[in-house]
Design a protein around this ligand. Structure first.
Ligand code: MN3
Length: 207
């Protein structure tokens, strides 16, 4: 039986105030992330022993090997499980500013400038239809790339085709912002830049 557990938040629920409110963080973590955790365990429970003790990233990278009858559920809940773990670590109290080092150079090379990168990330994330995520990823040639992904589909599912590694993810599901920002997704995205943990992004880029 798969036994994934809800990862701890690396800070208190109110740590990202006023940009992301404590109530949203608490519900997002204890209800939504918990639901993806439970859903992943349930979906994997239908499969044989070879799927029970795998790392979730390995499962997502090899999503094409998951039997078809549960592939959709594993894609959704496994993606949600891993996306949120990345998301919590992509943020910190007193974050924001600009990256430095290798990831900053890669962003400049791919997008022209940090400001141009921000515009692209922000515009396309706000433009996601329905629910999904915006991602800064590292591509096969070691460069920076922006992608959006629908629903909870993880960038890791594009590993075999494109060798994409997720670096920085932004959850634009309404549950990530609705309590504080209601329908104003753009205001949430604008505020979110103030909590981005660029040290974590730099570490993920180097790894
Ligand atoms: Mn979410």
């Amino acid at each position: 039986m798969a036994n994934f557990t809800l990862p701890q938040l690396p800070y208190a629920y109110d740590a990202l105030e006023p940009h992301i409110d404590a109530k949203t963080m608490e519900i997002h973590h204890t209800k939504h992330h918990q639901a993806y955790t439970d859903g992943l365990n349930k979906a994997l429970g239908n499969l044989g022993a070879e799927f029970q003790n795998k790392n979730v990233v390995d499962i997502l990278k090899n999503i094409d090997t998951v039997p078809e009858n549960v592939r959709g559920a594993v894609n959704f809940h496994g993606g949600g499980y891993n996306n949120h773990a990345l998301f919590w670590n992509n943020m910190k109290k007193g974050g924001g500013g600009e990256p430095s080092g290798e990831v900053a150079e890669a962003i400049k090379k791919a997008f022209g400038s940090f400001a141009d990168f921000k515009t692209k990330f922000q515009t396309d994330s706000i433009g996601v239809q329905g629910s999904g995520w915006g991602w800064l990823a590292k591509n096969a040639s070691g460069g920076a790339q922006f992608i959006t992904m629908p629903n909870q589909t993880s960038p890791w599912t594009r590993w075999k085709a494109e060798k994409l590694t997720p670096l920085l993810g932004l959850d634009v599901w309404e549950h990530a912002y609705y309590l504080k920002y209601q329908n104003k997704r753009a205001d949430y995205v604008t505020a979110w830049w103030n909590v981005v943990n660029w040290d974590e992004v730099a570490n993920r880029f180097k790894a």
